[in-house]
Design a protein around this ligand. Structure first.
Ligand SMILES: NC(=O)c1ccc[n+]([C@@H]2O[C@H](COP(=O)([O-])OP(=O)(O)OC[C@H]3O[C@@H](n4cnc5c(N)ncnc54)[C@H](OP(=O)(O)O)[C@@H]3O)[C@@H](O)[C@H]2O)c1
Length: 325
């Protein structure tokens, strides 16, 4: 497989709107001995990408986020995950063949919004399962890892438990509804009415439109994906012994959850999701069990990156949005 000397790679000029995205021509990386070079065929545009590009992070998180990502603009090139094919193999890299379809995560170092990505062959990269499309592979890990980590590892959601998902049909919510159904939990989905059919298709037993006021009822687990409930909004919804999963939370609510996780017999759980390779493998196993498949609602061309960012920035996209290189 011939690899061009130059490739397209996205750069963010400054924190702000999608107009700050540029596609540069840069030298294609050569894989180090331990690495493989992936020709990226598709990558998702996630809520995370939008937050990194815009600098619009939950309240109080801006200082920490800029310290971690870069002061006036993100220092790393964007793109957290990818699907593609092996284009070159380092002299000591093992486990992959030229042309093999793969998917994985570039993580915080980014760079997946490009034509090529070099990654350690023993790193967070897997063969693409038979029957999974490139777009699905690209979208697979973002919502899936978050939903699996919070529902299974952190909340230990059990068969028969009642779950409320606030923000139920985006990347994280659509994975959460499927995984909850697989675990035998009874999920109620909060999203706009236009997405109620999708939520039911993904396993929700009941639906609620957030524009009709607060959800009602009692739940063992409340997963506040979009962060509009918070502790005050979730507390009346939690049954005795209930757990609140704060997927989106500002600095103070997050610190509060870390410092005082038990309140009134309830548990608050906040933080970031895992990127560990064994957890990625576990999510792949869930796919093979039929427990989770990403919902790719829209695929755009790489050149339409700014448009893709604008759509993702609405926080109303159903499932996942992917760009194809
Ligand atoms: N803690 C972590 O590690 C972690 C990991 C991943 C993501 N996140 C965060 O999770 C959030 C969601 O990510 P995502 O990728 O799932 O977003 P997304 O794909 O944009 O989906 C957003 C969802 O929220 C719903 N929604 C919008 N406004 C709402 C409101 N006022 N009340 C209730 N639901 C509302 C949307 O439904 P409609 O379209 O029907 O309005 C949609 O289902 C983001 O803030 C992201 O930063 C955190």
């Amino acid at each position: 497989m011939s690899v061009p000397q130059q490739m397209r790679q996205v750069r963010i000029l400054a924190y702000g709107g999608p107009e700050n995205l540029v596609i540069d021509k840069v030298p294609t990386p050569s894989p180090k001995p331990s690495e493989v070079l992936v020709r990226v065929l598709a990558a998702p545009i996630t809520a995370g990408d939008v937050r990194i590009r815009s600098g619009n992070v939950p309240r109080g998180m801006q200082f920490l986020s800029r310290l971690a990502l870069g002061w006036s603009r993100p220092r790393n090139p964007p793109g957290w995950s990818f699907a593609g094919e092996i284009a070159a193999i380092g002299s000591g890299a093992t486990g992959f063949a030229l042309g093999q379809k793969v998917f994985g995560i570039a993580g915080i170092k980014g760079g997946a919004h490009a034509d090529y990505e070099a990654i350690r062959s023993d790193g967070p990269i897997f063969p693409l399962p038979d029957g999974m499309s490139i777009s699905e592979g690209a979208a697979f890990f973002f919502g899936g890892l978050t939903a699996m980590d919070f529902l299974i590892n952190k909340a230990r959601l059990a068969t028969g438990e009642r779950l409320l998902v606030n923000g139920a049909t985006g990347a994280v919510g659509s994975a959460a509804l499927q995984i909850a159904g697989h675990l035998g939990a009874k999920a109620t989905a909060v999203c706009s009415e236009a997405n109620h059919a999708l939520a039911r298709q993904l396993g929700a037993e009941a639906t609620h439109d957030y524009r009709n006021g607060s959800p009602k009822g009692q739940y063992d687990v409340v997963m506040d994906v979009i962060g509009t409930l918070g502790w005050a909004g979730a507390k009346p919804l939690l049954a005795p012994g209930g757990r609140l999963l704060m997927i989106t939370a500002g600095l103070w609510p997050m610190l509060g959850a870390l410092l005082r996780p038990k309140r009134a017999g309830l548990r608050l759980i906040a933080g970031t999701s895992t990127e560990a390779k064994d957890q990625m493998a576990r999510l792949v196993a869930l796919y093979h069990e039929g427990a989770y498949k990403p919902v790719v609602s829209q695929t755009l061309a790489f050149d339409d990156l700014a448009k893709a960012h604008a759509i993702a920035e609405s926080f109303h996209k159903p499932g996942d949005l992917v760009v194809e290189m």
